[in-house]
Design a protein around this ligand. Structure first.
Ligand code: ASP
Length: 317
């Protein structure tokens, strides 16, 4: 069976105007590294689940992305992270929300899936479980990033929350100078056994309210995988993605209405989500290795490699 890996590093106002050559080179290298980490596992006969965890862990360790080490700051000046992982072969899932000082939240999501007897843990309970399982922790300094801190300082006294590449308040007014932003990470994969998996990890939104949870860790909203349909990882403004239950909606269009992967993704991202003002995108794969990148934003950091020799790293629409 052919195998395939797709990754994203966030969607939003990513245009040539906000990127210089140096930034383009840095994002290309970071995305390639994420692809290498996951793809080498598929190449050695590893599973889609392991490939997804490896690709996401690699991007969580890179401060360029808003996940793990590079997570944005909340209204209280803290880093609170969300992540989820789903195995399409058996519908097993693990998710974590509002955790601090966890080096790789996606690894904790896998541990929750495999060893907690639950699907979703949050806050102190998730941290306690992480400690009991020997999950790697990191001090506050590890998560400190001057550029992200400056982003937060700019808006900390406002009601603005800043998405990875766009800044607006609840009325949809956009900040005059949103600057250069960074993104959530995700991966989906199909392995040589025809099993698919999806994962997503994020620091959420700059200046988000204490305790706010986005779509990324919510199974069916930002992350979903089912061998019978598709594996999906979303990125964008989390609230509309939650309300549209994006990832599971796409799976349902395939399962109950027989839509192709591409048509199902387009229906939700380019129509349903747009109608409720949702901006962002996703990566998707099915158990035959068909894949799609779909976004309604100006761009999405993204990459793909498959066993047929296809490879791509791209940013813009
Ligand atoms: N969807 C994420 C959230 O709302 C943000 C992102 O994708 O950049 O938390």
């Amino acid at each position: 069976m052919p195998f395939t890996l797709l990754i994203h590093g966030g969607a939003g106002k990513i245009t040539p105007a906000i990127m210089n050559k140096q930034q383009e080179a840095a994002y290309s290298a970071a995305l390639k590294e994420g692809l290498d980490s996951g793809y080498s596992i598929l190449q050695k006969g590893g599973t889609s689940l392991d490939a997804v965890v490896a690709a996401i862990s690699c991007m969580e360790n890179d401060p360029l992305f808003n996940a793990g080490r590079g997570s944005v700051f909340t209204k209280k000046g803290l880093n609170e992270m969300d992540a989820a992982l789903m195995d399409g072969s058996n519908l097993a899932a693990g998710a974590v929300a509002n955790v601090r000082n966890i080096k790789n939240p996606i690894v904790l999501a896998r541990e929750i899936m495999l060893h907690s007897g639950h699907v979703f843990l949050s806050g102190n309970g998730a941290s306690e479980f992480a400690l009991s399982q020997g999950i790697e922790m990191a001090p506050d300094e590890y998560f400190f990033n001057q550029a992200r801190y400056d982003q937060w300082l700019e808006i900390r006294h406002t009601n603005f929350t800043q998405l990875d590449h766009k800044a607006d308040n609840l009325k949809g007014e956009t900040l005059p100078n949103p600057g250069h932003k960074f993104g959530t990470v995700g991966a989906v994969a199909c392995d040589e056994y025809g099993n698919i998996a999806a994962g997503t990890s994020t620091g959420g939104m700059t200046n988000k309210r204490f305790g706010r949870i986005g779509d990324s860790p919510v199974i069916g909203a930002g992350t979903y995988a089912n061998n019978a349909t598709c594996a999906i990882s979303c990125t964008g403004h989390g609230e509309p993605f939650l309300r549209a239950v994006v990832a599971h909606d796409i799976s349902c269009l395939m399962e109950y209405k027989g839509l192709s992967l591409q048509d199902a993704c387009a229906t939700v991202i380019k129509d349903k989500l747009v109608k409720i003002g949702g901006e962002g995108g996703l990566i998707a794969v099915d158990a035959k290795g068909n894949y799609d990148f779909c976004f309604n934003s100006a761009g999405m950091y993204r990459g793909m490699r498959n066993s047929e020799g296809k490879e791509l790293v791209a940013f813009y629409g």
